[in-house]
Design a protein around this ligand. Structure first.
Ligand code: THU
Length: 178
């Protein structure tokens, strides 16, 4: 075999080895973080999740947001099978503002439930929970990195909005723990 052909063959082999290595690492990371964000149509979700989406969207109208004018509604499916809802509550002393997720979870805990099955947030644009809320969600995940978090655009007019499905492991891969 000519020297150039040997070189080409070796390069091809090295590229294959690299591709396999990176594919494996991606799969490992994905599993470690509990999956990657998926976009799903509301109507294609489980009925329980759809119900939580409606509850989060409905309760959102009760948000107290005179300063930001940004309404957030949250519905948590608790380990008791019930839906626990919350909205953001702002305060003229700005740092005293409480997020919708934390309020929904506090209500759940006050009812004696300390496990989250999954959580939905409804907000304009369909963004994801803030860093502090991710830590609060983690507290009641009991180590379940796959705990599902659904976020969707509460102002979508299509009747069948896209819902971003992610997990607490993906949103907060290195949670604080004592
Ligand atoms: N907010 C939430 O309720 N949840 C979040 O995850 C992010 C932000 C609220 C807090 C504040 O009332 C408004 O959205 C704007 O930051």
């Amino acid at each position: 075999m000519r020297e150039t052909e040997i070189l080409k063959r070796d390069t091809r082999r090295d590229m294959m080895v690299c591709a396999i290595f990176f594919a494996r690492r991606l799969r490992e990371n994905t599993r470690h973080r509990g999956g990657t964000m998926q976009k799903v149509r509301l109507n294609d979700l489980d009925h329980g999740v759809q119900l939580c989406c409606m509850r989060a969207r409905d309760v959102r109208s009760r948000a107290h947001e005179p300063y930001s004018k940004f309404k957030v509604g949250c519905a948590v499916r608790g380990g008791d099978g019930n839906i626990h809802i919350g909205v953001n509550v702002e305060n003229s002393a700005y740092p005293m503002t409480r997020c919708a997720e934390g309020n929904a979870i506090s209500g759940m805990v006050g009812r004696g439930v300390v496990n989250i099955d999954y959580l939905v947030i409804a907000l304009k644009g369909g963004g994801s929970p803030c860093g502090g809320c991710r830590q609060i969600i983690w507290e009641f995940s009991h180590g379940n990195k796959d705990l599902a978090i659904y976020c969707f655009d509460a102002e979508d007019k299509s009747g069948n909005p896209w819902v971003n499905k992610t997990s607490i492991g993906e949103l907060l891969p290195y949670a604080f723990e004592l």
